[in-house]
Design a protein around this ligand. Structure first.
Ligand SMILES: [Zn+2]
Length: 292
């Protein structure tokens, strides 16, 4: 049976385990099978914006523990299951349900109706939650550091600064205890009033020092982080909300996070100027150093 509503997700609240039931099992690529459950604690990778990778962990059905080799966002219109990049519609499209598909080995003994326990690995999750929280803090600190580079009014970020991160971002990847964000310094950014040339000319070391010190200030203040959500379904809107010394920042985000910037330890960022097929790009690497 193909589900007629979104998978219920518990990972936004930090859950690692979920006791649930298998709703659908279908063949997937590479001889794997996709297992869709009613609820899950497993964060899936979203092909539409693959910033945070999937959790690692297991599905346990009775005495059988199955390693989950990947977890992806899937969707169905009630006739067929589409996985990852094969989903033909935008998230939230009327008449479609959006699901978490746990991919397991093709010979796995698991069937519709089975009671299962989903378990995400705690260590790997925590490293990604730290990386994702550091990523958002760095993006806001970067916007503040670059505010003087704009000559025209631009869309504002969650703290009221020109949203360089939101406007110039090409890709964002969450890694254990950090992130890699790539920004395009292209013509349309220049036309929007951003002085791209001066970013590199002013010194990337100074920019890194500014971003690093802003995050350190917020972490020293013990800025708390929470996830607000409109509902329990996979596509219900969720927000990363940080109580920063400069104000409350709310950013739409489907990932997992830690409860305070203080948990990040000393965060360091570094910048690199590069080129992507003729377009100048700026790469920001963020590294957190959490206490064990
Ligand atoms: Zn996010």
């Amino acid at each position: 049976m193909l589900p007629s509503r979104d998978t219920l997700v518990t990972y936004p609240d930090g859950a690692l385990d979920a006791d649930t039931v298998v709703l659908h099992v279908a063949p997937a690529d590479d001889g794997r099978i996709a297992v869709v459950t009613e609820a899950t604690s497993f964060h899936p990778v979203d092909a539409a914006w693959p910033d945070q990778p999937a959790d690692t962990g297991t599905l346990t059905a009775g005495a059988v523990e199955l390693p989950v080799v990947d977890a992806v966002v899937a969707a169905t219109d009630g006739t067929e299951l589409f996985l990852g990049a094969d989903i033909p519609v935008r998230k939230g499209t009327e008449g479609w349900s959006f699901l978490v598909a746990h991919l397991v080995a093709g010979d796995a003994a698991i069937a519709e109706g089975d009671a299962v326990q989903v378990r995400a690995d705690a260590t790997a999750r925590r490293a990604l939650s730290i990386g994702h929280t550091a990523c958002h803090a760095a993006a806001l600190a970067l916007n503040a550091a670059l505010a003087g580079h704009w000559s025209k009014a631009a869309r504002e970020d969650a703290l009221g600064a020109p949203d360089f991160d939101g406007i110039a971002i090409a890709s964002s990847r969450i890694v254990p205890n950090g992130s890699v964000d790539v920004y395009r310094l292209n013509k349309s950014l220049r036309r929007a009033g951003f002085d791209t040339a001066s970013v590199v000319a002013d010194g990337l070391g100074e920019l890194a020092a500014s971003v690093t010190s802003t995050i350190a200030e917020w972490a020293a203040a013990g800025a708390t982080v929470r996830i607000d959500r409109d509902g329990d379904g996979l596509t219900d809107r969720r927000y990363w909300v940080a109580e920063l010394p400069v104000g409350t920042a709310s950013i739409a985000c489907g990932g997992t996070h830690v409860g305070s910037l203080a948990e990040l330890g000393d965060v360091r960022v570094e910048f690199e100027a590069g080129d992507d097929s003729g377009t100048p790009v700026l790469t920001m690497r963020t590294h957190a150093a959490p206490a064990r």
